[in-house]
Design a protein around this ligand. Structure first.
Ligand code: BTN
Length: 247
């Protein structure tokens, strides 16, 4: 991963560019990184702030030679790679909020947006977009996320090298991707669970028309979150947002 790195000063979204070159047939492990993005996207249709020098904004194109059932876990695998990379380079162990928010001191340090190519029965490529807040200070964040976001600099008091961090995360990614390619899904789930700030906690699941409260119990082999809800029903959550009590 990262044998080929494409660098931009500015782009709309590294995920968009990664999907474009993936459709044109770029190789497995190609990385697209940009100093800033003008239309970065977050999960569930949100925007993502990404200004110059403030963070690490990049996307990885993967072409795993795997059946779809083994690919669903990629989004959890990516979160593990990010946590391990940050830990290796900075010595800080972050938590993961399901499915893949990177959490430091109860605040969001980074996020991951995974996008799959169109045909579900034959997944041609996966784009994993990663955004990590690095050198923002407290006043950099807009009002909406001010009380929810953090950066590595806010935590360490130092300016952090984005290049070293990218290298660390790509190394972490190499390790976890090879486990994924060997279909050792449970090992990925176990690593993810070790960093989880969700399992064993009370969570609120917010769906279109309803909300459920329950205890987050475990992760299914396709990455779904298994929640024992207060109405006694066990639900498996595939996508969307959850709130974790106390976070
Ligand atoms: C989230 O909502 O938590 C996911 C945020 C993902 C942001 C990254 S930044 C690089 C890549 N390009 C995008 O447009 N989004 C992702």
């Amino acid at each position: 991963i990262g044998k080929e790195i494409i660098h931009f000063e500015e782009i709309d979204s590294t995920n968009n560019y990664a999907k474009k070159i993936a459709n044109e047939g770029c190789r497995d492990g190609t990385v697209v990184v940009s100093e800033r993005q003008t239309m970065a996207r977050g999960r569930v249709g949100r925007q993502w702030e990404s200004f110059t020098n403030e963070g690490l904004w990049f996307s990885i194109v993967l072409r795993p030679d795997l059946e779809p059932e083994y690919i669903k876990i990629v989004t959890l695998a990516a979160a593990v790679a990010v946590v391990e990379g940050i830990s290796e380079v900075q010595g800080i162990v972050c938590g993961i909020k399901w499915p893949n928010d990177i959490i430091l001191n109860g605040r969001k340090l980074g996020g991951i947006l995974t996008e799959l190519s169109a045909e579900p029965e034959h997944i041609n490529y996966v784009v994993v977009g990663i955004g990590i807040n690095i050198n923002q200070d407290k006043n950099s964040f807009n009002a909406e996320i001010k009380n929810k976001a953090t950066s590595l600099r806010i935590h360490t008091g130092e300016t952090v090298s984005r290049v070293r961090l990218l290298e660390g995360i790509l190394t972490g990614f190499d390790r976890i991707y090879s486990i994924m390619l060997q279909r050792r899904t449970q090992e990925i789930i176990d690593s993810w669970s070790g960093y989880s700030v969700t399992l064993g906690k009370e969570v609120k699941i917010v769906l279109k028309n309803t909300e459920y409260i329950g205890l987050a119990q475990s992760i299914a082999s396709d990455g779904r979150l298994i929640v024992k809800c207060n109405d006694g029903v066990i639900r498996e959550i595939a996508a969307g947002e959850i709130q974790v009590r106390g976070l």
